[in-house]
Design a binder for this molecule. Structure first.
Ligand code: FES
Length: 103
């Protein structure tokens, strides 16, 4: 279930540079790790900072506000103070674009 949406040009997605977008009511963060792409909710579950303003290290995004960390592959909340996992969304490459599947 869900609907595929065009999310970004692949050329806009650089290693180590989380990329925030809005699609309808969804705030989505896109990430590139090597040649893999991931998408999560862009809103930290702790106090609503934008994760796209944070620092990506490997597959961990660090929130810019209180330094909580999530695994971008699973959404798992890894370090204090974050306790609630973030949503993750499926992505796929279509030509030179990245698409994301949103509920
Ligand atoms: Fe993200 Fe506090 S808002 S860790």
């Amino acid at each position: 279930q869900g609907t595929w949406h065009e999310a970004a040009a692949l050329s806009a997605l650089n290693e180590g540079e989380p990329y925030g977008i809005e699609i309808g009511r969804h705030h989505v963060a896109l990430y590139r790790v090597g040649n893999e792409y991931y998408a999560t909710s862009n809103i930290c579950t702790h106090a609503e900072a934008l994760l796209s303003d944070g620092i990506l290290e490997g597959c961990e995004i660090e929130c810019p506000l209180h330094m909580g960390r999530f695994d971008i592959r699973t959404g798992e909340a890894l370090t204090s103070p974050v306790e609630i996992d973030i949503r993750t969304y499926p992505v796929r490459v279509a030509g030179d674009r990245l698409e994301v599947c949103l509920p």
